[in-house]
Design a protein around this ligand. Structure first.
Ligand code: GLN
Length: 483
């Protein structure tokens, strides 16, 4: 892995310079040099991992790819990192991302963009984002697996672009303790790996109640969901009902992706599974409500970076250059202006706007109502009831409901980096990329991106499977069949 990183990272920019195993890896050198025990500690023992640069590793710089967090060195491990270490995994370093997770192409990074692993000097493609560094690292063989975060698609989109598995679990299953927050109610830590089996293995090692994350699902509820789903499922026949969200069939989907979608569904039908169309009426409002909720939460979360309590503090010489007249208020403005990138500043402005007393009712409250409608839409199409909302009912009266939903991850194959960089100034248009991934995030549902190989395309394509809350088992089973 270290050899591949050395060979490829200068070009791909998957690992951030402050988190490269060779230049800054107290944890890495520790785990590489410490003697390995005779007996493996788990099935992950000795396997290599990369960690997105918004997840804390004790003693390793964590910047969220932002100038604002220059030199920030956490004094504790995120719970997921701690668990990986307990399992004997080797953590190699930190990966590149869009600043604070805000973006879809890993271009909004203080360290420059990550490149797609299939890029050459003459044709460079987007690796997707915001966890583009983790996806590119796994795809190019720099590590066995990687951790990322997914607020509205940041694991599934780069996974689909780079041709690896990207998994976002149900909200609350993996601890967020030690994840630098973008939008609390949407953020999930997730996993990149090369196949479904490895993804499941990693998930099983990490999924446990964590008292330090107030949104972590408690052990009793986990057990109840597991037992009840198992008994509901075992009464059903072993043919899966695959739902096709017809609202996702938008004309913007590119030809190869539509073809991959149709071919996969045909193959599933040939294997004896049934395909049923389902309607998710509120999906068309998902993007607009997501960008109100996520940005409002982000504006509030990022308020703490004032250069005093948290964040980048410009050297006094910089301040003196501007004269003695700086008040504490414009010092704060200067810190935030210099510390945050353009996209983050834009999002803080939009988020604060929707929280002002004049627009709160019109935007934020409406967005929350739409979020609830999106959750209800999903509950109406899934055969399994939502274990967090309704009392579990019999599986029998849900014959025209789906076990899982299958759709593309994105509307297009990986775009060229040049086209992304030139269209970024168009602003809101670029947010359209998240159209298929946001609904599952809004509803807190598990979702996985699976690469589809098609010999006619040099770049990978990705399909997404979405399941009912807590139905990770169903999700992995279907993902295995599709893979
Ligand atoms: N692209 C989306 C955004 O910019 C999703 C990002 C994410 O999941 N972190 O908000």
């Amino acid at each position: 892995c270290l050899r591949v990183i050395k060979e490829k990272n200068d070009f791909l920019n998957a690992f951030v310079p402050t988190g490269l195993p060779t230049s800054n890896g107290p944890e890495t050198s520790l785990s590489l040099e410490s003697p390995r025990p005779d007996k493996p500690r788990s099935q992950l023992d000795g396997l290599t991992f990369a960690v997105k640069d918004n997840i804390c590793i004790k003693g390793t710089i964590t910047t969220c790819a932002s100038r604002m967090l220059t030199g920030f060195t956490p004094e504790y491990d995120a719970t997921v990192v701690k668990k990986l270490k307990e399992c004997g995994a080797i953590i190699l370093g930190k990966t590149n991302m869009d600043e604070f997770g805000m973006g879809s192409h890993s271009t909004f990074s203080h360290f420059g963009p990550t490149k797609h692993p299939s890029s050459t000097e003459s044709s460079i493609y987007s690796a997707g984002g915001s966890s583009g560094g983790s996806a590119a690292a796994v795809a190019s063989g720099m590590c066995f697996g990687a951790l990322g975060s997914d607020t509205g698609g940041s694991i599934r989109l780069p996974a689909s672009y780079c041709g690896v598995i990207g998994f976002k679990p149900s909200y609350g299953l993996l601890s967020r303790h030690g994840l630098v927050t973008y939008a609390n109610s949407l953020d999930s830590i997730g996993i990149f790996a090369k196949d479904v089996h490895s993804t499941r293995l990693i998930f099983d090692c990490l999924s446990e109640h964590d008292a330090t994350d107030p949104t972590s699902l408690d052990t009793a509820t986990r057990k109840r969901i597991g037992n009840q789903f198992q008994s509901l499922r075992s009464r059903s026949k072993r043919c899966w009902k695959i739902g096709i969200p017809i609202d996702y069939n938008v004309h913007e989907i590119s030809r190869p992706l539509r073809k991959a979608w149709i071919n996969t569904l045909a193959a599933l039908r040939d294997l004896g599974h049934s395909i049923i169309p389902v309607k998710l009426n509120s999906t068309r409002h998902a993007i607009s409500s997501y960008y109100i909720i996520a940005l409002a939460e982000a504006a509030s979360n990022l308020a703490k970076y004032d250069g005093v309590r948290f964040g980048f503090a410009p050297r006094t010489s910089m301040i003196c250059n501007l004269g003695e007249i700086l008040t504490s208020l414009n010092k704060l403005a200067m810190v935030r202006d210099m510390g945050f990138g353009r996209e983050v500043r834009r999002r803080i402005l939009l988020g604060n706007y929707s929280l002002t007393s004049r627009s709160f009712q019109n935007y934020f409250i409406h967005a929350q109502k739409i979020r609830r409608l999106i959750q209800q839409d999903f509950d109406e199409v899934f055969a399994l009831p939502n274990p967090l909302r309704k009392p579990l009912k019999s599986y029998g009266n849900s014959f025209n409901r789906a076990d899982v939903l299958v759709s593309p991850v994105s509307v297009s194959i990986p775009p060229s980096l040049e086209s992304v960089l030139s269209s970024e100034n168009l602003g809101l248009d670029s947010y359209i990329n998240d159209v298929f991934t946001i609904p599952a995030s809004m509803a807190g549902l598990p979702s996985i991106s699976i690469p589809i190989r098609d010999a006619r395309n040099e770049l990978p394509l990705g399909l997404q499977v979405i399941a009912q809350y807590g139905d990770e088992n169903g999700l992995f089973d279907i993902a295995n069949i599709i893979q």
